[in-house]
Ligand binder design. Structure first.
Ligand SMILES: [Ca+2]
Length: 500
């Protein structure tokens, strides 16, 4: 009911244009990463699948996300599917092509965009392209030399049985790097992109962009531009987000490709400003750091969308970084879900799921319920940690104080401010280190005020911040009316104001 009310309110505030863009649903600008094999099992084999995701769309809609990123869905010898053997099919354990089309259509009907993981830095060593290339190498010069991969007489990995040939594989011998200079490879990639767009993919997450051309970021940027132009030639609205796991300078350089978003790795993880500020209660650091980042992105293009996040399938779970403390998990959520750009929630983070150490632990099954385990997946075979969280979705949905309820309220709050997608961010100095205060302008303007500390209330002097006359749009952790009267933000709370 609360969700229905907030949607109704949002519709009234936004008017008709947002409705037209999203087929009746108001977009939150929040994305959600699904590690497919661990999310929802529809057929009882313990492996998450596409039908399972479709069955959980009401959950995702209640959370308020308007985009889901699926980790690779293609056939692969690995449980994580990042070494693909066929780019034109769905892994049998995940379903069928028809299941994907059905899921994409069901998402579209709910105003949710599906983006796929595009893993084209490398293939599986079991991909027919690689097997055929290796066979050709072994036929003693009588076969045309294939150019799909980077073969040489010295290198990282020996071609089995060839004696004299080696190949590049930045992520190990099971993942041979494609030769991205090859016109034939680029032609294949163009076909792959087109194939999935025709089946309902609204965008792509680009895996391992820094490894496209290792040590040559300019060439990698050029290749991203090729991917963006290819995808947008078919669908001008196609959304692309890249994994550039690198420093500020490298990320800024790659934005020159024209890509929509690159994950904000410097702000993420245990050393990033989001988690550090949530732990220390210093909200002001987030406002200043991210406003500076926003300005640098907007210098490249006002169309860029930062992609802030806390954690993903390669990082320890946010819960552990935040020492399993609920107020800190709530603070971290406020600090990144209200930033300009497109925040990415890693599945289960909104519940407070645990997992660290080896990768399998970071990909433990979504905890739908401990009472009814029918949708729960089995953990990856090599996981050596159990899930520490005890309260699944079914319990947290009924608890207004749960982390899940908190995430839902924050995403709903964000929905009231369309400026937050591509706006210009300016940090405000409220004279309190706990206070994260900033404005975001994009036509209209809003102000975000967050008390990131669990220690004490913060009194905000709206006049001193230049926010006199601002109207409270919504709030989480404090009643809007109470804030308007007192100017006081209790520990771990936030308000969203419209500026006129
Ligand atoms: Ca299954």
């Amino acid at each position: 009911m609360r969700r229905a009310m907030s949607l109704l309110l949002a519709l009234l505030l936004l008017g008709g244009s947002a409705m037209a863009e999203t087929g009746g649903y108001v977009s939150s600008g929040v994305a959600y990463e699904i590690f497919v094999g661990s999310f929802a099992d529809s057929d009882g084999d313990g492996v998450g699948d596409l039908r399972g995701i479709e069955q959980k769309l009401p959950y995702l809609q209640a959370l308020g996300v308007d985009m889901i990123w699926l980790t690779p869905i293609h056939p692969s010898p690995s449980y994580h599917h990042y070494d693909v053997t066929d780019y034109y099919d769905v892994a049998p354990e995940f379903g069928t092509l028809e299941d994907f089309e059905h899921l994409a259509a069901a998402c579209s009907a709910r105003g949710i965009r599906v983006i796929l993981d595009l893993v084209v830095n490398h293939t599986s060593a079991e991909h027919p392209w690689f097997e055929e290339a290796c066979s050709a190498l072994k036929c003693g010069g009588r076969c045309p030399l294939p150019d799909y991969y980077n073969f040489a007489h010295e290198g990282q990995h020996a071609v089995p049985g060839s004696g004299e040939w080696f190949y590049e594989g930045q992520f190990g011998p099971h993942m041979p790097d494609l030769n991205l200079d090859s016109a034939a490879v680029r032609g294949e990639i163009r076909e792959i992109i087109t194939f999935w767009q025709a089946r309902g993919a609204g965008g792509f997450r680009l895996d391992a962009t820094t490894s496209y051309y290792s040590g040559a970021p300019g060439k990698s940027t050029e290749f991203i531009r090729f991917l963006c132009e290819t995808a947008r030639a078919n669908d001008p609205d196609c959304y692309l987000v890249g994994e550039c796991w690198a420093d500020d300078v490298t990320i800024l350089g790659m934005y020159a490709s024209g890509i929509n978003s690159l994950f904000n790795f410097p702000a993420a993880d245990v050393e990033g400003v989001l988690v550090k500020s949530a732990l220390s209660g210093r909200g002001d650091a987030v406002a200043s750091r991210l406003a500076d980042w926003n300005a640098r992105l907007r210098e490249i293009s006002p169309d860029t969308e930062d992609a802030p996040f806390l954690s993903n399938h390669d990082l320890a779970r946010a819960r552990g970084m935040l020492r399993s403390k609920l107020p800190q998990m709530k603070a971290a959520a406020m600090l990144y879900l209200l930033l300009p750009g497109r925040p990415f929630i890693y599945y289960g983070e909104e519940l407070g799921m645990s997992g660290s150490g080896r990768d399998e632990n970071k990909r433990l099954p979504m905890l739908w319920s401990t009472a009814d385990e029918s949708a729960n997946c089995l953990p990856p075979a090599e996981a050596d940690q159990a899930q520490r969280l005890k309260e699944g979705v079914d319990v947290q949905e009924r608890d207004p104080e749960s982390l899940l309820s908190w995430y839902r309220r924050l995403v709903a709050l964000r929905t009231l401010a369309p400026e937050l997608t591509r706006g210009e961010m300016t940090a405000l100095d409220g004279g309190e280190s706990a206070l994260c205060a900033f404005t975001v302008r994009d036509g209209g303007a809003v102000a975000v005020l967050i008390n990131a500390s669990e220690g004490a209330a913060v009194t905000v002097d709206l006049a001193a911040l230049g926010l006199s006359g601002a109207k409270v749009l919504g709030s989480v952790g404090v009643e809007g009316e109470a804030f308007r009267e007192s100017g006081s933000l209790p520990p771990v709370s936030c308000v969203l104001l419209r500026i006129f």
